[in-house]
Design a binder for this molecule. Structure first.
Ligand code: 2P0
Length: 333
């Protein structure tokens, strides 16, 4: 059996995926649209072998326990079942993040795993097939198959739910995203649990669904017209709409911390100072600020007045998944 190896970059949703209509197949309630970024990525190698009696998963050189291996194990079960592979696997995964600020990403992680499995089993999957496979590991992973802008088309079955490249005339090369890493002592509610609770209980969830289709159309139009103001205003509104649903859930919750609000407020101040920039947030307290590349150094310096340097990471648009030459043996360190 081959060792398969792949590198996938994380993506940040500009129009959010928030809610599933099928938990097993990971079919979303709405289409979403993301920007793949170059600053955070995962490299994973996989070997299916007769020599194992259980899967072994090493993350950054550390053997992971049963709990930490659960999502990966379920994904490997799916691969074994779908492609008729009666073997356990050793998986080596490395997250490349500029700081250790809790930015491990299931999008890059599960996309890289899907790519590595495809390579290990010589499946020769097309980007569309790879996107569908990655989706079964983690919804947002289906978008990390593509560089630049990607849209996850929700579909209505396993076969029709996958991401596609959004044509952009390379406009993403003029954009940057500043990550503001906010430390938070609160216990996390995973995105998987958070979106489930929201779909099932939030009195605001229907409002989200009513708005997101128009938000997506506006963002696609803004990309087509390279209209940064329109893009940014819609991205920021869409994030706020997603986060509003959590306050209407039972029990209510929020991913925001005091420093998240501080960062959001600074974005508004920067706009008053004449720099176009817009925030978005995901299922955690970190704030991501969309800015034109020409203004990114200014923005970084402005944020450095209120946040420490190691809380700030500037990213540019990143590439799609890369299948890598595999080494002869797996390394754990
Ligand atoms: C997104 N998030 O579109 C949204 C916005 C979080 C907030 O996709 O349950 O880890 O594995 O499909 O992909 C994070 O959700 O969830 C996410 P699962 P995933 O980026």
């Amino acid at each position: 059996m081959n060792i398969g190896k792949a590198r996938a970059y994380t993506n940040i949703a500009l129009i959010k995926y928030w809610g599933k209509k099928d938990d097993q197949l990971i079919l979303p309630m709405n289409n979403s649209l993301s920007l793949t970024l170059d600053a955070f990525y995962t490299e994973t190698s996989v070997l299916f072998t007769t020599e194992l009696s259980a899967d072994r998963f090493y993350l950054d050189g550390q053997l992971q326990n049963e709990q930490q291996t659960k999502k990966i194990g379920r994904f490997l079960d799916l691969v074994r079942h779908t492609y008729d592979v009666p073997l356990f696997a050793e998986i080596n995964s490395h997250n490349f993040v500029p700081t250790a600020a809790g930015l491990a990403s299931s999008a890059s992680g599960l996309a890289a795993l899907a790519g590595a499995c495809s390579a290990a089993l010589n499946l020769s999957l097309s980007p569309k097939e790879l996107s569908k496979l990655a989706r079964r590991g983690s919804g947002s992973a289906c978008r990390s198959i593509f560089g630049g802008f990607a849209e996850w088309q929700k579909g209505d079955s396993d076969d029709t739910s996958y991401a596609i490249q959004v044509p952009s005339d390379s406009w993403e090369e003029e954009l940057s995203m500043l990550f503001v890493l906010v430390n938070d002592a609160q216990k996390d509610i995973s995105s998987r649990d958070g979106m489930k609770r929201t779909v099932e209980t939030s009195v605001f969830y229907q409002g989200w669904l009513n708005a997101v289709t128009d938000d997506l159309a506006t963002v696609k139009q803004a990309i087509g017209e390279k209209d940064f103001t329109r893009l940014g205003e819609t991205v920021e509104s869409n994030a706020l709409r997603m986060h509003a649903t959590t306050l209407g859930a039972t029990p209510p919750f929020t991913y925001w911390s005091p420093d998240s609000l501080k960062a959001m407020n600074l974005v508004r101040i920067c706009r008053q100072e004449g720099i176009l920039c817009y925030f978005t947030m995901d299922a955690g307290p970190n704030v991501k600020v969309l800015v034109q590349k020409k203004d990114s150094k200014w923005l970084m310096a402005r944020f450095a007045e209120q946040f420490s340097k190691n809380q700030l990471v500037l990213a540019n648009a990143g590439p799609g998944i890369e299948i890598l030459d595999s080494e002869r043996s797996l390394t754990h360190d």
